[in-house]
Design a protein around this ligand. Structure first.
Ligand SMILES: *[C@@H]1O[C@H](CO)[C@@H](O)[C@H](O)[C@H]1NC(C)=O
Ligand SMILES: *[C@@H]1O[C@H](CO)[C@@H](O)[C@H](O)[C@H]1NC(C)=O
Ligand SMILES: *[C@@H]1O[C@H](CO)[C@@H](O)[C@H](O)[C@H]1NC(C)=O
Ligand SMILES: *[C@@H]1O[C@H](CO)[C@@H](O)[C@H](O)[C@H]1NC(C)=O
Length: 473
């Protein structure tokens, strides 16, 4: 029996080698027959968790990414009962959407919204539900479908997240946000529960490398790629005026560079042949965006040996005609910094000559408010830094080490800042490294409280008051 399997494996390996060098379509379909007897994931089930961490029409792209990912998995043969989707679900029917009821993820792309399960929407897109879903704890979920990753020891898990982030932190449409230490702790608990074989995480966010760098152990059977390293932002793409042709009427970006790179690859390749490593290398090249300043470094973390498995193990795969237009060559893509994409979209809409005057004024007021709050955030963080650390940043941590050791301290510093200076927002998340450095330098909590009070005492917080907007930590 064992010998038979071994012989079969050897024949299969030979076939793969031979076929890799042949372009004969008949040979490929012969391989299909062979492959169909081997499920890519043995007898195990593949589970997926998909999360869009933002809301609002100006952040259209994150939900578009997640819907697109769902379509890939669904086409690949994963069942709805095994795919858990978190999305605010306010895009398809937003009055600004030029195609009501439809979401697209690229200029000429199809609708990716149809059929997406609405497991956790609106208020239910929150950290506690995300953790409960990963741990398979239905009882701990609130406000959603209650669907969770009820995985067994032989199962695989694919997790994909797209949103804003900052050093050590991932955004959500509802506060508090996800902090790296909590996320890693949940992954450790999941591993300790023995309820999966291997897990793959794809993460798009600014500074997404910082979620895992120096934090994710290599022995959890979890393999990760991130859109950017620990110190750089990631990029929105398919944006008005930077992409041509852009479909009529869209004032917002349709996708994100790392995300559309892996998904357009998955759409066009035979995932039973392509390995995770091969996908990583292609996505890395495309996301570097011709080595311009307008690109980021895709990173790998965790149990790297997993990357020798085929993509189909995690994303499924049905026999498909290879696209005649396989993975567009890596042209430079027009991109917009994640953190500026919302203002960029608002500005684009504002400039439209057809926009009614009342809407124009409203939009301008909003743009001014956001810009003013951003300026205040930057200024007050700088002031506090000077008070507490002098003119330098204090010692900066080596590459490869965690952002901070005392995460409780980091959360305290964030809350204290927000109490006096207003909520960080998706833009202000970029400042968490400063708060981490304040902790790394052993600054007393009391000193932070005084510095924040002194820096922001004249602020009227209004809509940015964390009592209204919620605390990030
Ligand atoms: C799959 O399930 C079949 C039938 O239950 C069993 O005989 C076989 O050993 C299993 N294979 C693996 C790889 O677990
Ligand atoms: C991380 O990104 C920054 C900014 O793009 C770059 O200077 C640095 O070399 C990168 N580090 C790694 C390890 O990719
Ligand atoms: C991947 O690597 C591991 C360890 O090096 C090995 O045991 C496994 O057979 C490899 N898997 C594939 C699909 O090549
Ligand atoms: C890539 O960048 C180089 C200059 O650094 C430029 O000459 C070339 O045209 C760019 N390629 C594309 C496809 O944009």
């Amino acid at each position: 029996m064992t010998n038979q399997i071994m012989v079969f494996q050897i024949i299969l390996s030979l076939l793969i080698v031979i076929l890799a060098q042949s372009s004969d379509a008949n040979a490929l379909s012969a391989l299909d027959t062979f492959r169909s007897v081997i499920k890519p994931n043995g007898n195990g089930t593949t589970w997926a968790v998909l999360i869009a961490g933002s809301n609002g029409y100006y952040n259209y792209r994150h939900q578009a990414d997640v819907c697109h990912a769902y379509q890939i998995l669904k086409k690949g043969g994963l069942k709805d009962e095994n795919i858990i989707v978190f999305m605010y679900d306010d895009i398809a029917n937003d009055p600004n959407n030029p195609r009501p009821g439809v979401i697209i993820n690229s200029p000429e792309g199809p609708d990716v919204y149809a059929g997406v399960p609405k497991d956790y929407t609106g208020e239910a897109v929150k950290a506690s539900n995300f953790y409960a879903v990963l741990l398979g704890d239905t009882k701990a979920t609130t406000g959603g479908s209650g669907k969770v990753v009820a995985s067994k020891p032989g199962d695989k898990i694919f997790l994909y997240y797209s949103d804003h982030g900052g050093p050590g932190i991932l955004g959500l449409p509802n506060t508090p946000y996800i902090f790296a230490n909590d996320f890693i702790e949940i992954l450790k608990r999941k591993h300790a529960s023995g309820t999966y074989d291997e897990m793959v995480i794809y993460l798009e966010a600014c500074e997404s490398g910082s979620i895992f760098e120096g934090l994710l152990p290599n022995d959890l059977n979890i393999y990760v790629t991130t859109a950017s390293n620990a110190t750089e932002n990631s990029w929105a793409t398919y944006c008005p005026d930077t992409t041509s042709p852009m479909p009529q009427g869209f004032d917002t970006c349709l996708g994100d560079l790392y995300s559309v790179s892996w998904m357009e690859d998955s759409d066009s390749q035979d995932l039973r042949v392509e390995t995770l490593e091969q996908q990583y290398l292609k996505v890395k090249e495309r996301t570097l965006n011709n080595n311009s300043d307008m690109g980021s470094n895709v990173m790998q973390y965790g149990t790297l040996r997993i990357s020798n498995e085929t993509v189909s193990v995690y994303q499924g795969s049905t026999a498909k005609e290879l696209s005649s237009n396989p993975f567009k060559k890596f042209n430079s893509m027009g991109v917009i910094n994640q953190r500026d994409a919302d203002l960029y979209s608002m500005w684009h809409m504002y400039k439209k000559p057809t926009l009614e005057i009342q809407k124009k004024n409203e939009l301008l007021r909003k743009i001014k408010e956001i810009t003013a709050h951003r300026a205040r955030l930057d200024k007050s963080v700088n002031k506090i830094k000077r008070y507490l650390l002098g003119n330098g940043h204090g010692p900066v941590r080596d590459e490869g080490s965690a952002l901070v050791d005392d995460w409780g301290c980091l959360k305290f510093m964030v809350r204290t800042f927000e109490k006096y200076c207003g909520t960080l927002t998706q833009y202000g998340m970029k400042h968490t490294r400063t708060f981490a450095n304040i902790c790394n330098n052993g600054v007393a909590k009391k000193a932070m409280d005084e510095a924040a009070k002194k820096s922001c005492s004249t602020f009227k917080l209004g809509q940015w008051d964390p009592v209204v907007a919620g605390y990030s930590a």
